[in-house]
Design a protein around this ligand. Structure first.
Ligand code: GNR
Ligand code: NI
Length: 170
């Protein structure tokens, strides 16, 4: 297991389109372990592999509340196969954009096709927080960040702030 660094805005790697996973081999399983360790430590409820610099289509998630047992979930090559017309607004945050939160409108319900750790395919329906989170993560796999769904004014402001922070740290 290894705790990995999380890429932070405006890191260009966050804009890469991640590649599908072929075989689920030892390296994939190691990556997934690292992702869980990094996600739980942050802490976050979801993580896309590109957030630790690995441009492959793997997502980890755990939506359990603090007082509940862990519910680790892995989505390999997740695809949205359907999304509802009806929208839902949810306040989102992102481990790659620390301490910035904004309301985002997304389809309220989606269907997701994905492969599990055993290589089995599934298709599930999602609403509520799962629908929000899986859309946020599939966006990461496509190089899209939640700030791309907010107003240009707010987006430009947050990108500028993080760009300044990076320059100060250099
Ligand atoms: O930890 C996270 N919380 C969160 C809250 C609302 C909507 C999406 C998320 S995902 C985020 C972790 C993250 O950055 N995943 O990519
Ligand atoms: Ni994110």
């Amino acid at each position: 297991m290894a705790l990995r660094d999380i890429l932070i805005l405006p890191d260009k790697r966050l804009r890469q389109v991640s590649k599908p996973v072929g075989k689920i081999d030892a390296a994939t399983k190691q990556l997934i372990e690292d992702m869980f360790e990094t996600m739980y430590a942050a802490p976050g409820i979801g993580l896309a592999a590109i957030q630790i610099g690995e441009p492959v289509r793997v997502v980890t998630m755990d939506l359990a509340k603090k007082d509940e047992p862990k519910q680790p979930q892995v989505f390999i090559n997740p695809e949205l196969t359907w999304s509802s017309e009806a929208k839902n607004t949810h306040e989102e945050g992102c481990l790659s954009i620390p301490e910035f939160y904004e309301e985002v409108d997304r389809p309220a319900e989606v269907k997701i096709k994905y492969t599990d750790l055993q290589g089995e395919q599934h298709e599930i329906a999602a609403d509520g927080l799962l629908a929000t989170c899986i859309q946020h993560e599939v966006d990461h796999l496509n190089g899209v960040l939640f700030i791309d769904h907010i107003s240009k004014l707010k987006r430009d402001r947050v990108v500028k702030k993080f760009t300044k922070q990076l320059k100060r740290a250099e």
